[in-house]
Ligand binder design. Structure first.
Ligand code: PEP
Ligand code: MG
Length: 625
């Protein structure tokens, strides 16, 4: 038993008692899968497997009594594909002539070919797998077979098979996405991966939690899950292959564990843990509104990161002293059309009014990488995190950028707003972005529209190039905000969304720490405010180190604000500075993590009550718990 009263068996698989579901008696095998915890909370629910990516279909099993239903889904998808191909043929014929358009008739013919479709049906029936998997497996095998043939006529059919597969899968997964809107209450979504947009679109009255095969702790999907308070575990590797629709699942977002087909004993343990959590939950900690003063009276400002204006009331309740990062791209991600100036303005004016005089740092749109709109998803990039994302995208889309800047400036007439540019890498980018702001200011002046003329402009330091050149940048901005989520991935060449390298994604790597320290020092030399808004700031041990390195403002997820402020009130700055000096004497993240874990528990043991040394997971990055 651990301190929450939950028994965790490290074995990945064990026998469980027989379970009876939907009238079918079968022996369930409990599976305990360890993933990466990204959003806290424990949930017991029913599985809904969402194969949302037509190109990446997991082998998920269905219950035998659902086989007929699955065959009907397949038939419907084939019927719709045939109808669609009839239309495609007509269009192609009028554009390219009958001969060239014939390929689509050939595709239609394949859909009527029993030797192609028959094995798909057979696989669903004999192996009780989802239609998506059967389609991709059978057609994929045909494509492989054709690809290996010496006859060019056969080899050239590979593309046709792939095209056909994509078409059927699109119909199957599209229909599955529609079904998601009607899932019953108590559903847990299991998916290979989820986009931030999909995560924001869950109906919270029905979807209790999610778990995915892929993903990392600071991916934007994880950040959204935390913001919305959806318990979740990512990086569960083969979960979609193991999970069966409608079966029972436990998602333990506190410890990053997913249990499939839990035994009665495991269910009892988790029910007890849920009860304990409910009893222990204090919605608003008494001390949340107290300032974050260290024992030796150094004040740390604790601000919040938000994706939606609606998060502000709970952020303030938790003791947040303002918003240090507003990720405005979520305006795009939650809307089917591009937001208008009015949409932007309404969102910012609402933030200003909710914050009632507290600071608001609005980060200009940071689209791209793992945050994309449908339009951008249609132009895939080979390395999206190194591609046309963020400020680079805005500087190539000036009308869109100006729309947002106009709205920000207009809202600045009503309260203290700062503008922050993401992913600044070169001075040219910064100067270009500033010029656009000045253009917009001139336009507003000409139109007689008021705005804050002394509005501060800053940049995120989240690319190593920016940290290395911080002295130069400091001459041209009013503030820096260190974005460790990206800074870690770009410094260490570790994709923040890839569970396979999650153990290497570590804010305590000495290279990352040096870049942070150098940025803080450059800020000090030039009298430029430096804050930090990456997830690392919410981790108690890392926060002590960052304070010791000189940071006086941290912007974190709302749920981390109150615990962080309490932690700060329990330490002295002298202790933090000593801790930081020592941490810089180590040359590996493992040593830094081990030292911090030990020292932090000695300096402020009460902050780590319930977090045993074993719970600390330095390799998996930060834990905002
Ligand atoms: C960061 O990179 O640390 C950051 C705060 O920005 P985002 O997580 O939105 O990329
Ligand atoms: Mg970033």
């Amino acid at each position: 038993m651990d301190q929450t009263g939950v028994r965790y068996d490290a074995r990945t698989e064990m026998e469980a008692k027989p379970s009876s579901r939907a009238g079918v008696e079968r022996v369930a095998r409990m599976e305990v899968i360890k993933g990466i915890p990204v959003s806290q909370g424990i949930v017991i629910g029913r599985v809904f497997v969402l194969d949302s990516d037509a190109r990446n279909i997991g082998r998920h099993h269905i219950q035998r009594e659902h086989i007929d239903q699955e065959l009907q889904r397949l038939d419907a998808a084939i019927r719709r594909s045939r109808e669609e191909l009839a239309g495609v043929f007509k269009d192609a014929e009028s554009m390219m002539g009958e001969e060239a358009a014939k390929v689509f008739l050939f595709h239609r013919g394949m859909l009527e070919d029993k030797s192609l479709i028959g094995p798909i049906r057979a696989m669903i029936m004999s192996e009780a797998v989802g239609a998506e998997h059967a389609v991709s497996h059978v057609l994929g095998e045909w494509a492989d077979r054709f690809g290996r043939m010496s006859d060019l006529a056969f080899r050239s059919k590979v593309n046709d098979l792939e095209d056909l597969q994509e078409r059927i899968l699109t119909h199957l997964t599209g229909e599955r996405r529609c079904q998601l809107a009607q899932v019953p209450a108590g559903t847990v979504v299991v998916a290979r991966d989820l986009t931030p947009t999909q995560t924001t679109s869950f109906d919270r009255s029905r979807v209790l939690a999610f778990a995915t095969d892929l993903g990392g702790k600071t991916s934007h999907t994880a950040i959204v899950a935390r913001a919305l308070g959806i318990p979740s575990v990512v990086g569960c590797q083969s979960l979609t292959r193991l999970a069966t629709d409608n079966s029972t699942i436990i998602v333990d977002g506190d410890r990053g564990v997913v249990v499939l087909d839990p035994s009665e004993e495991a269910l009892d343990d988790y029910r007890a843990a849920i009860k304990k959590r409910q009893l222990a939950r204090v919605t608003v900690p008494d001390d949340a509104r107290l300032p974050a003063l260290t024992l030796d009276k150094v004040e740390i400002r604790v601000l919040g990161n938000i994706e939606f204006p609606d998060e502000i009331p709970s952020l303030l309740e938790q003791g947040g002293e303002g918003v240090g990062l507003y990720r405005t791209e979520f305006l795009y991600l939650t809307s089917v059309k591009e937001p208008t100036e009015a949409d932007h303005y309404n969102a910012y004016a609402r933030c200003v009014s909710l914050l009632a005089g507290r600071p608001l740092v609005i980060r200009t749109v940071d689209l791209g990488a793992d945050k994309y709109t449908q339009e951008r998803a249609d132009v895939p990039e080979r390395n999206p995190f190194l591609g046309l994302r963020s400020i680079r995208y805005c500087l190539r889309s000036i009308p869109m950028f100006k729309t947002q800047l106009r709205a920000i400036l207009r809202a600045s007439a009503h309260g203290p707003i700062k503008i922050m540019f993401p992913l600044i890498t070169t001075t040219n980018e910064l100067r270009h972005a500033r010029l656009v702001v000045h253009d917009v200011m001139e336009d507003l002046d000409e139109e007689g529209i008021p705005f804050d003329r002394s509005l501060k402009i800053g940049m995120m330091v989240e690319v190593p190039a920016a940290a290395l050149m911080a002295d130069t940048f400091a001459r041209e901005v009013d503030f820096f905000s260190i974005g460790t989520n990206d800074l870690i991935q770009y410094t260490l060449a570790v994709d923040r969304t890839n569970e396979r390298v999650a153990a290497m994604y570590n804010p305590l790597n000495p290279a990352v720490l040096r870049l942070i320290r150098d940025t803080i020092r450059a800020g000090r030399r030039h009298d430029v405010d430096v804050s930090l808004c990456g997830e690392a700031g919410g981790d108690p041990e890392t926060a002590l180190l960052l304070m010791g390195m000189g940071l006086r403002t941290l912007s974190v997820t709302a749920s981390s604000v109150a615990p962080l402020k309490r932690l700060i009130r329990g330490v002295s700055m002298t202790q933090c500075e000593r801790l930081a000096r020592k941490a810089f004497s180590f040359d590996s993240d493992v040593q830094v993590a081990a030292y911090l874990r030990d020292r932090a528990r000695k300096i402020v043991p009460e902050a780590f009550d319930g977090r045993s040394v074993d719970d600390a997971d330095p390799g998996a990055g930060t834990d905002p718990a």
